[in-house]
Design a protein around this ligand. Structure first.
Ligand SMILES: [Zn+2]
Length: 148
């Protein structure tokens, strides 16, 4: 996976979260990534060929289970790094996002396992967003468990 591919999957995942059950349109992806719709279309074809998403011209894009797993892995890395930057390096919570955008692309499962353990398996990032587990499941602290 290239950095660009990881950013596409993450962006599509986030856009789909805003409107669950709907395909994500090429235009929304282009707007979110600040790029032209034509380049988005090329990349969507490539990701579809890799089996990471389903792309239908008029129905938009949906991640496959594998695409979703990889998107959540990038989200996980991003949020763990944010916790590290705030807790260990003294960043303030509003300073960490841009740095984490770069750190999330480091390819080392062992590093992420050790970072997770070092931080004592946090469930939330400094912005209060849940940190997905390695298998893509969202960890939710019991304090936030809803009765439904
Ligand atoms: Zn962030």
């Amino acid at each position: 996976m290239t950095i660009t591919e990881e950013n596409y999957l993450k962006t599509i995942y986030k856009l789909a979260e805003v409107e669950p059950g709907q395909g994500v349109s090429t235009n929304r992806i282009a707007a979110a990534l600040v790029t032209r719709a034509a380049s988005v279309t090329d990349m969507l074809r490539r990701l579809a060929e890799k089996g990471l998403l389903e792309y239908e011209k008029y129905r938009g894009v949906r991640l496959t289970p594998e695409g979703r797993r990889l998107a959540l892995l990038t989200v996980r890395k991003h949020r763990l790094w944010e916790v590290f930057l705030v807790q260990q390096l003294g960043f303030s919570w509003d300073e960490v996002h841009e740095v984490a955008e770069e750190l999330e692309h480091v390819q080392s499962p062992l590093l992420m396992q050790r970072l997770d353990a070092f931080l004592n398996f946090p469930t939330l990032d400094p912005h209060g967003d849940p940190i997905p587990a390695e298998d893509g499941a969202m960890r939710r602290p019991c304090i936030a468990c809803s009765p439904t």
